[in-house]
Write a protein that binds this ligand. Sequence first.
Ligand SMILES: [Zn+2]
Length: 201
Amino acid sequence: MAFPLPLKRVIENLSRLPGLGEKSATRLALYLLGRPEEEIRELAQSLLELKEKIRLCRHCFNFAEDDLCSICSDPDRDPGLICVVEDPADLAAIEAAGIFRGHYHVLHGLLSPREGLGPREIRLEALLERLKKEPVREVLIALSPTVAGEATASYLVELLKDLPVQVTRLACGLALGMEVRYADRLTLKRALLAREKVLPS
Ligand SMILES: [Zn+2]
């Protein structure tokens, strides 16, 4: 390509990002070239700070700027309720729903023997340590109903079954507007298991 080296370099770097092929990377690079310098500086600075300033909360492994994340250091949250999520994106989705006031435990992955992800790698051992030390009443498993999510949830239930703690799961059934015939097997299974009582009321 007949682009000058600095432009080529940006295109190369952008095309390494997930979902960006060389074509879209080129379009994006040309767009950035047309933006004001301060906007580009702000973008570059924010990317640098991403690595410099974000770490994992030592308590729940959520993203944090300090030792503890904003949720673990919030005295108004209930430490007796721990919600187990796959990653910080799932945590953010649950936070956005606005009704959960407990703490979290972020696994950063699901069990996957093929990828070498065992109970230690996904921080299940750390969860057990927490349960030994903290007065937890309930563990809410909020993993996605995918094959890996279901496998991890079953493992977790097995792990917790002898502990004096209540274990719950997200009631997750068919999405609104979804036809039963198009639901995949796992979704349907969960919908059947979490069926709601209608009568007698
Ligand atoms: Zn935390």
